[in-house]
Design a protein around this ligand. Structure first.
Ligand code: ADP
Length: 328
């Protein structure tokens, strides 16, 4: 006999930046939980909504017809106050008043840190579902939204390549990725980029210029440089300026920006997010108290939350080599 409290009511929220596929995870979590006889509450606008008690009861139909849409029906937010222990205590009281026994948090490593603190300080069981286009959380090889974001950027670069080829031009295309090179490197391979500039790089202007010039000499009629935005968008303009001033190369800049965060989730994102929602409920019911629905060795599997609190810098040296090898 276990003296442990049985979970009857569960809450779910999204926090931090949105990513395509979050809706699939919400749908899977809600339906799996209801199927298991639990009551489910949706917490709107992340930790900010939790603190305001913006909490709605969810049923099977409340998540109907959402899995093909980007964004999140629960909405999301950044909530700086959640860094304060007193504020998190207030959040735990709100959950207690609503009799919510466990919380699912979909977000990035910042959101996971907030959830981890809530668990450590107040014992609230946490299921953390990795959702960010950056694919940059330790402990999991995949985060919901990455595949869709890469696909969106690849489609955009393909279109830019048409114009670049027609006018024999060089383009610098800036893709998202706060501290992670994952999107840039994948897009670089999939679009045949001449060079990829990643956030951890000291920008090798001379190398970029010689990659472009080598292409021109061998008769290429376009060059595409993929640049990861890093902390602040606009790095591409610095590269453009240097190429012009130091190497007399004219390059056009295109910053893709937020189009990469939205859009219909790919089938991969739908599948993995659905699986994560399902595993989250079952692990909570199995008594797991603080875990991430991580993607490891091709399967969604629970990994302790405290192993997934850091950012993973997906520099991927083998992908850098691949870009170099294929762009000669
Ligand atoms: P992401 O979850 O996508 O990494 P952020 O880093 O912006 O996004 O974090 C989202 C939210 O998670 C923050 O606005 C804050 O409410 C909460 N959070 C982030 N880091 C912490 C932390 N160390 N302690 C408590 N809450 C945190």
């Amino acid at each position: 006999m276990t003296a442990e409290k049985k979970i009857k009511k569960v809450g779910i929220l999204c926090s931090g930046g949105d990513s395509p596929g979050m809706n699939c995870a919400i749908r899977a979590f809600v339906r799996t939980a209801i199927g298991a006889g639990l009551e489910v509450y949706g917490i709107r606008r992340g930790y900010a909504g939790l603190l305001e008690g913006d909490i709605i009861k969810m049923d099977e139909s409340s998540v109907g017809n959402i899995l093909q849409h980007g964004g999140t029906i629960l909405q999301t937010s950044r909530c700086p106050e959640f860094h304060e222990a007193d504020i998190r205590k207030e959040a735990s009281h709100i959950l207690a008043r609503k009799k919510i026994d466990a919380l699912a948090v979909i977000g990035g490593n910042g959101s996971f840190n907030g959830a981890h603190a809530l668990h450590e300080e107040h014992g609230i069981p946490i299921a953390a579902l990795p959702g960010t286009i950056d694919n940059d959380i330790t402990g999991t090889n995949y985060t919901i939204g990455f595949d869709t974001a890469v696909q969106t950027a690849v489609e955009a670069v393909d279109k830019i390549r048409d114009t670049a080829s027609s006018h024999a031009r060089t383009f610098i295309v800036e893709v998202m990725g706060r501290s992670s090179a994952a999107i840039a490197l994948h897009v670089g391979v999939c679009t045949g980029a001449e060079n990829v500039v990643v956030p951890s790089d000291n920008i090798a202007y001379g190398q970029i210029a010689s990659d472009i010039q080598r292409g021109i000499v061998r008769g290429k009629n376009s060059s595409i440089i993929i640049c990861a935005e890093g902390k602040v968008p606009g790095l591409s303009y610095k590269i453009q300026e240097n190429l012009k001033e130091t190497h007399d190369i004219d390059a056009h800049v295109c910053i893709l920006g937020h189009i990469q965060r939205g859009g219909n989730p790919s089938s991969l994102d739908r599948f993995i997010a659905s699986r994560m929602g399902f595993v989250a409920v079952n692990e909570l019911l199995n008594g797991n108290k603080a875990f991430v629905t991580a993607f490891v060795s091709g399967e969604v599997t629970p990994v302790p939350l405290n192993e997934c609190l850091e950012k993973r810098d997906e520099y991927l040296p083998q992908t850098v080599d691949l870009v170099k090898a294929l762009s000669i």
